[in-house]
Ligand binder design. Structure first.
Ligand code: NCD
Ligand code: ZN
Length: 347
């Protein structure tokens, strides 16, 4: 079904999502479960989800927090540390719940203190992953204090990612939440074992939205929003191109309002409340609604060697106002596009 004002697509999946734990988890998990068939659950809890037993426990907590009438599958991810062993990798994947492992350079972002301090420390694990065909998910930013925050993704490509690809040519890698033209070009010029996720906020916003006319903490995320030209424009082109190397990953990353509106505000944007509507708005703006289904519902599953979903959702062209806040554990949260009008709505 495709009229100009309605679109039916196979149910999408979210290939990069933060849902936290405890009461925070209960506040946000229903948002994703209402739209997505599956989601790759980021393991950056404190302490991180770094072995099979923790992944199993976190999976159970998420299942228990789901609204009763949903059919949603959390896909678990192992958090790589300097101490991760190939044996732990093997055990986690044999367990069946864990589908990928995540590289956070130590200190790169929220709860990444246990991350990897030197890529060489995890080479034995990466070799094991290459052998098993398990994707490595990367937060692609260096953490060197001397490197400017706007350059950290490009420098990561030069210093780390290029080397990993050379040393482990068959390792499957998802370059998560790419934000630069350098990353788009790198993915395009690499083999089919290299893919990338793109967030709604990096498609819809650039650093002007965060900084012009007053600082807007609810636009602050990592990797930080970049320039419109050439970066946001390159992401728009990649996402809507129909190239299967680029697929949906929201990086929805909830933080309570008071932790964002602070003298040291947290990085992360909640967009799970209207993720597919945000992507629809993007694709419509690029006259590429015919490319939305591949990006949202096919390419990620194909890359992970998982079956595509079979049920469908319907999107309607219809104006609605995004709520200005939601309840979030014992606080509130200000969502992406709070108070703004979106013109696509999931039926
Ligand atoms: C994420 C978070 O809050 O967990 N924050 C963010 O800005 N994206 C961490 C991350 O994915 O970098
Ligand atoms: Zn993230």
């Amino acid at each position: 079904m495709q009229h100009n004002d309605a679109l039916q697509i196979i149910r999408p999946d979210d290939w990069h999502l933060h849902v936290r734990s405890g009461e925070m988890l209960k506040s946000v998990i229903g948002m994703t479960a209402a739209q997505m068939g599956r989601a790759i659950i980021m393991p950056n809890l404190s302490p991180p989800v770094s072995n099979a037993a923790q992944a199993k426990q976190y999976h159970q907590e998420i299942m228990n927090a789901l609204p009763a009438d949903t059919r949603f599958t959390p896909l678990m991810v192992l958090y790589l540390t300097d101490n991760t062993t190939p044996k732990q990798i093997q055990t986690a994947f044999d367990g069946g719940l864990v589908v990928a492992a995540k590289l956070y350079p130590a200190g790169a972002t929220t709860n990444s203190d246990s991350g990897v301090t030197d890529i060489n420390n995890i080479y034995p694990s990466l070799e094991k992953m290459q052998q098993l065909g398990v994707p490595l998910l990367v937060h692609g930013e260096v953490t060197d204090a001397k490197v400017d925050i706007f350059d950290r993704e490009a420098v990561f490509i030069e210093q780390i990612l290029s080397k990993v690809i050379e040393d482990l040519p068959d390792l499957k890698i998802v370059f998560e939440h790419i934000t630069t033209k350098a990353a788009v070009d790198f993915v395009l010029s690499s083999g089919n074992n290299i893919a990338a996720t793109i967030t709604p906020h990096h498609l819809l916003a650039n650093r002007n939205d965060m900084l012009v006319g007053g600082i807007k903490p609810h636009y602050f995320c990592l990797p930080i929003l970049k320039r419109r030209d050439p970066h946001q424009l390159a992401l728009l082109k990649a996402a809507t191109s129909g190239n299967a190397k680029f697929f949906l990953g929201t990086d929805s990353a909830p933080h309570a309002k008071e932790h964002k509106e602070s003298d040291c505000g947290c990085a992360g944007i909640l967009n799970a409340h209207c993720a597919i509507e945000l992507y629809a708005t993007v694709f419509d703006s690029q006259n590429a609604m015919d490319k939305l289904e591949g990006f949202a519902s096919f390419f990620g599953a194909d890359f992970y060697n998982l079956p595509r979903n079979t049920d469908t959702i319907v999107l309607k062209k219809q104006d609605w106002v995004v709520p200005s806040s939601y309840a979030f554990a014992d606080s509130t949260i200000v969502p992406f596009m709070a108070g703004k009008i979106l013109n696509w709505k999931m039926a």
